[in-house]
Structures are given as C-alpha cells and as structure tokens.
Design a protein. Structure first.
Lengths: 263, 328
C-alpha cells in the first residue's frame, strides 16, 4: 500500500512556555523548541505498521521551508521511505484551504491508496484532512483511533466519539483519515537513527512543479487570516498560594477538608 | 448580511444543549437576524427534536432520510450542500461530529472556514473578526475571516452562553425532497460503548487527577498513594492515556468521563478545554503545576506553582500523619 502522511513542525508545548513578543502581536519564536506535531507522529507510526503488515511505502510530506526538513528526517529515521518538502514563496500566508490545495496537487502527482494527517496541530484548526478529502473527492474520517485492513480495497476504522465510545465504520480506499493520539505507541527515535538519514537528499516541489496556480494559494487567496495573538484574561483566575511547600500542603488539606473531601 | 444556519445535533428526540449556544453565537454575529436550525435524521426522533428548540430558532429546516438515521458526517455533508444557499454562514458545534463534517463542507460550499471559535469580536459587513485559542489555550489569536462567499464556523462548546428562548416553537420546513438519494464510501457499522474499567472515577468526592506533568509511568504510583491516603481516586488527562500509563476509563474530558467531584486536584495538568469539559458541578479546583502560565490557573480556585513529583509525596506523608496511618 502506498501511504502519504502529511506532517508539520510546530513549537513543542511540552518543552516551551508560549509567550508573546514585545509588540504583543506574535508569539516569541526565537527561543522555541520545535518538534513534529504530536498527532502527526502517531499517523506516521500507524502508516509504518500497515506497511510492515502488507508491504508498500510510506511518504512523509510537509508544506513549509528548509527548517522543516528536520521533522521529515525524524520521521524517515522512524522508518518512512521518503520525505518530501513542498516549498515555494507563493505558499506563504496560506490558510487551511490554501494548504489543502497545495497538498491536493502533490497527491495527484502520486498514486496513494491512503492519506493520513494528525487530527490537529497545536496552532491549527483540525481542518487539513477534511479539506484535502473534499478537494480530492475522497471519503474522509476524523479522530481515527484504530485501523484494520479488510479485503477489497477497504478499511475498518474506529473514530473516537463522546465518553470514550468508539464509532466503527467501513471506508473505501483511497481515503483520507485524520489520526487521533493514542492510536499506537510511536517508536523511539534515537540520535543514531537521525544521523543515518542525515545525508539523504530531500526532494522539493515548487508551485510550478506541481502545476499550482500561485493565485489560488498564499496570502492573497486566504479568506482566513490571523490578525494577532493576545493573552486572554479569563475570569479572576486562581488564588495562587505563595507560602512554603509545607504551608501550601497544610492549606491544601485545610481546603480539601472544608470542601467535604476528607472525612 | 447573509443568512445564518446552525446544524443541530440531537439524540433520542431532543436537541443537544449546543443548539442554544449556537443560537447565541449567531446573535453575536448579527443581533438583527434570526438563525435557522437544520436538523437531519429519520423517523419520530427527528420530528420530536424539531420541536425542542423553543423560540430560539423561528425556523427549523428538516431533512428526513433513512440514510441519515445515524448521523454519518459524510452523508450529512452531501445533504447540506444540496439545500444551503451559497453565501450562508453555517455554525456547527466543535465536537467529534463537527470536526468530521465542517472542513469538507466549507470546501464543497467554497466558503471560508474557521474552527473552534470561542468568541466573535467584531463584524463589519462580510468581514468577521473572531477569537480562537492556540497552543492548548496558552495564547489566543484574533482571526479575520472574509465571509463574502459564505463561511463555515465550528463553535467551541461552552464558549457562548446559551440563550434559550423557551416561549414559542420553530416553524418546521421540510427540505427532504430537495436532498434525494444519498450514497457514501464510508458506511457506519456500530458504536462500541467504552468499558467501565477497574475504578469508577465518577463515584468519588475527591479526584487526584494527573496530566503530562507526571512525566513517566513509574510516577503514577505517587498519585495512587496520595489518593489511597485520602480515600480518593486517581483520574487523568488525555496525554496520560495516550502514553498508556493509565486506562482510558480514568480519563476526564470530552472524549473520556464526565465527573462531578467536590474537590478536584489537577496535578501537572495544563488545562486544555477538552479536559475541562469533563469536569462538571463546579468542584473546588486546586491546581498544582510547575508552569505558572499553565491555563489551568485561569480556571482553578487555588493554584500552587510547584513540581508535583516533589509536592505530592509530601502531601501524602502529611495526610497519613494526620490520619495516623503508617507509611506503606
């Protein structure tokens, strides 16, 4: 099976506190640690497990710049066969539809049976998979937390719905699935693995090479634009205890008891 | 101003509470316009649901089709495409069904799409300025959307205060005939109900709830010991389940359990809205997190900036001391 996984490099929120810049309209990016968007990593692992069962290839692709190569290499170190960087000045400022339009052009250059995305990026809208499927006129399912291969170009999938319940469906290939975290246990990637793929050239594709009309993507075509960032002031917030640890522990126990929690 | 529609999720003949939040969002976009409800389904449940909207929606468009008896977003999307005017503004609740339906609908309608909207801050003609949260709620962003050829917006549950107008009743307009037959390449099979698990976290007055801050599986015992000393149970947020450190049945949140304890100790939990959505009944919320900027501190009653791996064992010792139970 030929599988394409669309991935993104994002600031890692488990490693960073996201702060605003001095102008207060953008996040401070200088000191940020970036990594693969977490759900995307689960999607790559799922693709690798499918290919390990029935054969085929896993391609990871991202729309971005040179700095994004590091996440492609990371996923290649996990076992992805190919990494592809889709890059062009004209793509800058694209909204979700713009990114999906770019990916559609790339998909149509290949012959993929299955396209996976992570369910959502930290700064994204859980939108690219569904948009890409609609542009390609492929069936789509979001929040997928298990995939089983069936005979006859079909999959049996489960979606995560409310209360931890699972919605089971059958879906025809080719299709697009957005993958939920927890679907598998992504394998560990060590420095050694990264070094082994460090010198593999990563092919790039431009708007012209993909036959994309530059006017259909990028900032000019975007109907949705981020204006600025700000820190929300939600309600009064918590009363922060500033005592010593011992004092704080006593206070917590007092409060828990007062609220009927300790009998 | 374009016509505003709200897609209403319903179950067992009753519209979801989100219906009234969508009505509030619609009125925030344009206070002069009455939003129109759209309901899809089949049989008596659908007809009953159309009558549970009170006066919030003067008009309810109904699509009855046997293929829509189960709400399969792939089919609902096709049905909506057939009946919606091209420049419509469509509001959908941002939960599992909306996430499935909405992005593709915006493409098929050639509309703008903004997901997980928490507020509408300004509307100037077709230009709408909205608020979203990014990075797990650590920062918010203003997003401008050009809705001149329509817009599909998913609305975060709980973000808009429901304004239910109880008097009155929707005029039901039957649009079923405009939809025709529906076929899909994704066929619903069945729903598997979540397993109960070893501990029922919904039954406890106190929950010691752990998040990513617990860092590794071996540290879960720190929380279990505290809960044991307090007569509480340990619950958790999504990353703990994803990492397979605890069972799914321990997860609090929109994709896990809904709990109503008296006291909720959020330990190393950042406070993503999907997690908070599972905490009901306004418990006394104590947050312990080493990141002073963690969004959990915005909603907690009391906050402590500390490392849970050090704080919790000391708390456990103190509880045991107080209760005269020896350390195990």
């Amino acid at each position: 099976m030929e599988i394409l996984v669309c991935v993104r490099r994002v600031p890692d929120t488990s490693e960073n506190e996201i702060e605003l810049n001095s102008a207060g309209n953008e996040i401070e990016r200088d000191e940020l640690v970036y990594s693969i968007n977490e759900p995307d990593n689960y999607a790559v692992e799922e693709a690798l497990q499918i290919v390990a069962k029935i054969g085929g290839n896993v391609t990871v692709a991202t729309v971005g710049g040179e700095e994004d190569e590091e996440v492609l290499r990371r996923e290649m170190a996990m076992g992805a066969n190919h990494g592809v960087l889709i890059t062009d000045e004209a793509f800058s400022g694209s909204d979700g539809k713009g990114i999906a339009t770019i990916l559609k052009a790339f998909v149509q250059k290949g012959n993929y049976d299955l396209i996976l995305t992570g369910v959502q990026a930290e700064d994204g809208g859980a939108q690219i998979g569904g948009m890409l499927a609609a542009l390609l006129d492929y069936p789509f399912a979001s929040l997928v937390n298990s995939i089983e291969l069936l005979e006859g170009q079909k999959l049996k999938i489960s979606r995560e719905i409310e209360g931890g319940n699972k919605e089971l469906s059958e879906i025809d290939l080719p299709c697009v699935l957005s993958i939920q975290t927890g679907i598998n246990e992504p394998r560990y990637v060590g420095m050694r693995g990264i070094r082994q793929v460090a010198s593999i050239p990563i092919p790039t594709f431009s708007a012209a090479e993909l036959g994309i009309n530059a006017k259909a993507v990028g900032e000019a075509a975007a109907k949705v634009k981020r204006v600025d960032y700000f820190i929300p002031s939600l309600g009064k917030g918590a009363e922060i205890l500033h005592g010593s640890r011992e004092e704080n522990i006593d206070k917590v126990l007092e409060l828990v008891a007062a609220k009927g929690g300790l009998k | 101003m374009a016509r505003i529609f709200a897609y209403i999720v319903h179950k067992a003949g009753i519209a979801s509470d989100s219906a009234f939040e969508l009505a509030a969002a619609a009125r925030k976009i344009d206070s002069t316009v009455s939003p129109t409800a759209i309901l899809t389904g089949w049989g008596a449940d659908l007809d009953a649901a159309c009558n549970t909207l009170g006066g919030s929606y003067p008009e309810a468009w109904k699509i009855a089709n046997e293929a829509l008896a189960y709400p399969n977003a792939e089919l609902v999307r096709i049905a909506l495409q057939k009946i919606l005017p091209s420049d419509s503004i469509v509001l959908i609740a941002h939960e599992h069904f909306g996430i499935d339906l909405a992005p593709g609908l915006s493409i098929k309608m050639n509309s703008a799409f903004v997901s997980d909207v928490v507020d509408i801050s300004a509307v100037e003609g077709p230009s709408m300025k909205m608020v979203r949260q990014e990075f797990g709620g650590q920062v918010s962003a203003h997003v401008r959307c050009d809705s001149s050829s329509g817009a599909v917006l998913t609305i975060r549950p709980g973000a808009f205060k429901a304004t239910e107008i109880t008097s009155g009743r929707s005029l039901v307009v039957d649009k079923s005939g405009e939809v025709g037959s529906l076929a899909t390449r994704r066929r619903y099979l069945e729903t598997i109900v979540a397993e109960a698990g070893d501990v029922d976290i919904t039954k406890y007055n106190v929950l010691v709830s752990i998040g990513r801050g617990i860092q590794e599986k071996d540290n879960v015992s720190i929380a279990l010991e505290l809960a044991d000393a307090m007569g509480a149970a340990v619950s958790c947020s999504r990353p703990v389940v994803d990492a397979k450190w605890m069972e799914k049945s321990r997860q609090v949140g929109s994709s896990g359990k809904t709990v109503k304890p008296k006291v909720y100790l959020a330990c190393g939990i950042s406070g993503a809205f999907q997690h908070l959505a599972g905490i009901k009944g306004s418990p006394f919320l104590i947050a312990i997190n080493k990141n002073p900027k963690a969004p959990i501190f915005q909603v907690a009653d009391v906050g402590i900036v500390d490392d849970i791996l050090e704080f919790l064992p000391e708390l456990t010792n103190k509880v045991r001391e107080m209760r005269g139970t020896p350390a195990k």
